[in-house]
Design a protein around this ligand. Structure first.
Ligand code: MG
Length: 263
């Protein structure tokens, strides 16, 4: 069962989310041809250190513990790519995912960036993936159940001739990065029957659609972490941590409102 958070707890999560947003601004400023994914990761790690924030990705258990504070997934890589010596090339798309814990509360967000000028096809992939995340947040104003939102997300992506990754889903988030409920970007019978949830005030979830230009199918690479499309076609990933409040959804990893950065 999901845990509902008080307005005070959501305000604390916003502070963590704002830091994640700032980390993404720093990362984005470095995205250009010739830069390595490892250099961007190192800058984000230093930023978290300076802010006394605990990076959430480093050390996540697996066949080998995840070695970095960001996931960097290039082109056909969908999620969980490991930053390293790879140099970005004009025309690439780079998905950056990162999260931190500040004063005991977590934030998690992802963005896919074009590297220099990208093809019209890739530009559309980024627009559709960002678009489906925005659509989901907007629909939280009016829908009762997550399944209603997820159904429209899958339709939106399908109508654009692309596919939603089903192997990975979003998640509840709070004291830990991954909490109940699971937050899929599509719906099946099993989810409707057993895992659907209501969009109640106090719910805090990380919504993270992954969209592929080709097949939805992905495969783990030999580094035991990176997930890539099996047809080698590109993929994009956008994520926000979002709280339901009495006034509607609040994006906790979004840009600062007036005065927020000074506090
Ligand atoms: Mg996440």
């Amino acid at each position: 069962m999901e845990i509902l958070r008080s307005p005070r707890e959501i305000a604390l999560m916003r502070k963590a989310g704002l830091l994640v947003w700032e980390a993404h601004q720093l990362a984005e400023s470095m995205v250009k041809p010739g830069v390595t994914t490892g250099e961007i990761d190192a800058a984000v790690e230093e930023f978290y250190q300076k802010k006394n924030a605990e990076p959430l990705f480093k050390g996540v258990p697996g066949h080998v513990p995840f070695p970095a504070v960001t996931c960097m997934s290039v082109n056909e890589e969908v999620v969980h790519g490991i930053p390293g010596k790879r140099k970005l090339v004009e025309g690439d798309v780079l998905s950056i995912d990162t999260g931190c814990r500040l004063n005991g509360w977590c934030g998690d967000a992802a963005v896919t960036h074009p590297v220099g000028i990208v093809s019209p096809e890739l530009k559309k992939l980024l627009e559709v993936t960002r678009g489906v995340l925005d659509l989901a947040i907007e629909l939280m104003h009016e829908k009762i159940l997550w399944s209603e939102v997820a159904t429209e997300m899958a339709t939106y992506v399908g109508d654009n001739g692309m596919s939603v990754v089903e192997a990975f889903v979003g998640h509840g988030i709070g004291r830990e990065m991954h909490e109940d409920p699971q937050v899929p970007n599509f719906v099946n019978k099993q989810f409707r029957r057993n895992n659907d949830f209501r969009l109640m005030p106090g719910l805090v979830i990380a919504i993270e659609p992954m969209v592929n230009l080709g097949t939805k199918r992905v495969r783990t690479q030999s580094d035991h972490w990176t997930q890539a499309t099996i047809d080698g076609k590109p993929s994009a990933h956008f994520e926000h941590t979002v709280a339901m409040t009495k006034g509607g959804p609040q994006v906790l990893t979004g840009p600062p409102l007036e005065g927020e950065l000074e506090n």
